[in-house]
Design a protein around this ligand. Structure first.
Ligand code: GAP
Length: 451
């Protein structure tokens, strides 16, 4: 399990500008969260890492950005209108509401009052399209991004001139009117998904299902999640949708226990068949080589951006004692860290400022950087550690003489002194994973105490 409890993480996220309660000055908006200056960088980095692995690094996957509002028939075909519901009970005394399937007791967990009989509650948010608010104008905020992919399958196939197997990936907001939200950003009413529908020829689906199970598990490991905190859990028969051939959850050991980060399902041809039936459009493909026509099967890895952000934050959190003081450090993978390099002049002395500004200007186009000259250098190091900045560059008085700066490594606390002219290339190499103690020409290891 991660070494930090949820309360500590919520407090760090608020204090350091990662995540705030939505509309906080008005008392909040139930189950909605806002990402602050550092949180938005982290979240963008998570989505970019996913996009790179799923789209840019592959020849068989393309991207899509479908609209959130769709023709309401989409949600009839996908049976969300009929079935996307959870059982809801009300407490007759305190009026609080609960998901019946999450309750262990038969009384209200808040006041012990009597509960109503469960009734099904549809999780889709409704709104109206156009100026008239009647039944004919009802549309839904999408509860998943996947349907935008299915309804564009033919468009993408024909315009990208691709053959199967073909994946279509998209990231974006989804909305679910969850009966109970909680565990910080784990379950909210507005969240982001990273979904990919991988269309394959029936008969090859088992192979591709295995492929995506491995790929998706390894994605989290490569970005730093400890293997011990991650598992693939197969769905039991009764959990599986009637059409699904198989489904696994990638689970993370959150402070509240093992919980879902991502679902990976073999959905057969169900989705395309449903949309074919309801739209009247033929969504089958013709395979030239075999002269066969068939409706593709779909393998779907469907991940939550917010849950991934939470897992990366929790898993990277470390507390240790350095020089008799507590150090909190987020050991985030450099690709995810919101700030990659902090430039810290030893002081605000007017002799140092021009060089420090010049050093900062020479690297800021390459990385997300921060220039920080307030308070003692020790406190500034701690601030950067707590938000996961992998490298701190210190400009001191000697730098004016020898045109060298010091780089401090967040994890080992090792320091190297290198010529300013090699700084950009050295930082690029360190952030790409080069051993920190490897030195550029003219560089040296700084010996002495850790800070
Ligand atoms: N298209 C399939 C689909 O949407 P899902 O298991 O309902 O499957 C996929 O959702 C992922 O979306 C989940 O694994 C989770 O990471 C994320 N997710 C779902 N509901 C969420 C919520 N209320 N808050 C935050 N993330 C959520």
């Amino acid at each position: 399990m991660s070494s930090v409890d949820m309360e500590t993480m919520v407090s760090l996220c608020k204090r350091r500008g990662f995540i705030f309660q939505s509309s906080e000055i008005y008392g909040g908006a139930g189950g909605c969260w806002d990402y602050g200056p550092l949180g938005v960088e982290l979240k963008r980095n998570v989505k970019e890492a996913w996009w790179k692995a799923m789209v840019h690094d592959r020849d068989d996957v393309v991207g899509l950005d479908a609209s959130i509002l769709m023709n309401p028939q989409v949600w009839v075909a996908s049976v969300h209108v009929q079935q996307f519901s959870d059982p809801l009970v009300d407490c007759k005394a305190c009026k609080n509401r609960f998901r019946a399937d999450n309750l262990k007791e038969t009384k209200c967990p808040d006041c012990g009052g009597e509960l109503t009989e469960p009734r099904m509650f549809n999780l889709m948010f409704k709104t109206f399209m156009g100026p008239v608010e009647n039944d004919a104008a009802v549309v839904y905020l999408r509860p998943e991004t996947a349907q935008g992919i299915f309804v564009n399958f033919q468009n993408v196939m024909s315009t990208s001139r691709r053959k199967l197997p073909l994946g279509i990936a998209q990231t974006g907001k989804s909305f679910r009117n969850e009966i109970t939200t909680g565990n910080f950003i784990f379950r909210s009413r507005e969240f982001e998904q990273m979904e990919m529908e991988y269309f394959v020829k029936p008969g090859t689906d088992d192979h591709w299902f295995q492929h995506w199970l491995e790929q998706r598990f390894n994605w989290y490991v490569k970005l730093g999640i400890k293997k011990d905190n991650l598992r693939l859990r197969p769905h039991a028969k009764e959990e599986l949708a009637h059409y699904a051939k198989g489904c696994y959850d990638v689970e993370y050991l959150f402070p509240m226990g093992w919980s879902e980060l991502e679902g990976i399902a073999n959905r057969g041809s169900y989705d395309l068949e449903q949309h074919s039936k309801f739209s009247g459009k033929d969504l089958s493909v013709f395979e030239e080589e075999t002269k066969e026509r068939f409706v593709p099967y779909v393998i779907e890895p469907s991940a939550g951006v917010d849950r991934s952000v939470l897992a990366f934050l929790l898993d990277s959190y470390h507390e240790e004692t350095v020089e008799k003081e507590k150090r909190v450090v987020l050991r985030l993978h450099p690709a995810l860290a919101p700030i990659k390099v902090a430039v810290l002049p030893l002081s605000r002395n007017e002799k140092l400022v021009p060089l420090a500004t010049e050093v900062h200007a020479s690297i800021r186009g390459c990385f997300m950087t921060q220039y920080d000259d307030s308070q003692s250098i020790g406190r500034r190091y701690r601030r950067q550690d707590e938000v996961g900045t992998p490298c701190c560059v210190t400009v001191d008085f000697q730098s004016i003489e020898d045109k060298q700066v010091t780089i401090r490594d967040r994890d080992s606390l090792h320091q190297i002194r290198i010529p300013i002219e090699t700084l950009r290339a050295t930082l690029l190499a360190k952030l790409a994973g080069e051993n920190f103690d490897v030195l550029p020409p003219g560089g040296s290891l700084v010996t002495g105490g850790k800070s």
